[in-house]
Design a protein around this ligand. Structure first.
Ligand code: TXA
Ligand code: MG
Length: 328
């Protein structure tokens, strides 16, 4: 088996068939494997093994009241764990495999620890050959939150998983930088309509092609993860919201991430040409900028619908930990 890197990163493996097969064995035996998806890296365990699920919460330092997503290969497998309805079926047919997580009423096959005691379960089939290969070889659904320490920006590279979790994980499959960069869209479809609990690459407009999207405010309490601080680097973040430059005027040692060109005086800039690129690079940029010596990260707050909604949501979480805004 090929060890991808030397030294402290001995747990990072190139995703050969042999490595994926070894990872599946670890999952079956109750261990933890970090793996790439099209959104961010996940920290996976056998979703039907209560002891393995508890290891995820320990490794991440995750509050026990924040439920996990069950990753499955397809709709047929999803139906073993959730109460299906026509809207859910349409969503799965249209967007799976892909960056959409669907919350449905759970059945008793899903351990309570995975769903944090709730009567619902979140399901997703990822569009990534390594993730799907691991799911197929494991022969079990895989519970996987993002593979970061709780409260840190989600990891978009294998190295970042190592930086956050190190020995807390048994094996890391390296699939390079993830394509989308922000986590999946989470919708609640348990009531036969759709409400957005977390915006992502599957946009409001895309969802509306399947069924009515009802206002998310009414469902805020239903996504426990929105109560906790998320996506936060260790230095202060301020948002550059509109045309005004006030946000730069009272900043001393600052750095910048975004799509517009900031004024002079930045210690470091990370800029992107498109909304897609901004989403893909946002979390790694936050991690890079927090160690550049600046005391403030100024982040461009994009307008517009679509993926811009997901970026705004993540930036609000990072910048306003007290107000904990959910899905705008
Ligand atoms: O893209 C993604 O979704 C990644 C990859 C690895 O698939 N996973 C991910 O998982 O972001 P996590 O645990 O970091 O975020 C899952 C979100 C949390 O906000 C959680 O509260 C919510 O989904 N969630 C999970 N189960 C739920 C449920 N039964 N009802 C409402 N929200 C739920
Ligand atoms: Mg997460």
């Amino acid at each position: 088996m090929i060890m991808f890197r030397k030294g402290k990163n001995l747990k990072i493996f190139a995703p050969s068939d042999e490595a994926i097969s070894k990872a599946a064995e670890i999952i079956r035996n109750g261990g933890l494997v970090a793996f790439p998806t099209e959104t961010v890296y996940g920290l996976g365990a056998n979703a039907l093994d209560d002891a393995a699920i508890k290891k995820i919460f320990r490794a991440k330092g995750r509050p026990a009241d924040n439920p996990l997503i069950l990753h499955v290969t397809n709709m047929r497998e999803a139906s073993l764990y959730a109460v299906m309805n026509p809207v859910a079926e349409s969503l799965m047919e249209r967007f799976w495999p892909g960056p959409l997580t669907i919350v449905l009423c759970s059945n008793d096959n899903v351990p309570l620890s995975a769903r944090a005691g709730l009567g619902t379960v979140a399901l997703r089939s990822p569009m990534h050959h390594i993730a799907l290969g691991l799911l197929k070889m494991s022969g079990t659904p895989i519970a996987a939150p993002s593979a970061n320490k709780s409260g840190r920006p989600s990891p978009t590279t294998a190295e970042t998983v190592w930086d956050d979790l190190g020995d807390g994980v048994d094996m890391i499959l390296d699939g390079g930088r993830t394509a989308i960069g922000v986590e999946s869209t989470v919708v609640d479809a348990s009531g036969g309509n759709i409400s957005i609990l977390r915006p992502g690459r599957v946009t409001r407009k895309m969802l509306e092609t399947v069924a009515d999207v009802v206002p998310e405010g009414a469902n805020r309490h239903r996504s426990p993860g929105t109560r906790h601080r998320h996506y936060a680097p260790s230095v202060e973040i301020r948002l550059w919201e509109c045309e005004g430059l006030e946000v730069f005027q009272n900043a001393e040692k600052w750095c910048y991430v975004g799509m517009r060109i900031p004024p002079e005086g930045s210690m470091k800039n990370i800029t992107f040409d498109t909304t897609e690129d901004y989403a893909q690079g946002l979390f790694s940029a936050l991690r890079e900028l927090e160690s550049c010596g600046a005391s403030v990260i100024i982040a461009d707050f994009p307008d517009g619908a679509g993926l811009g909604e997901a970026i705004r949501n993540r930036l609000l979480h990072a910048a306003c930990p007290q107000s904990v805004p959910p899905c705008e």
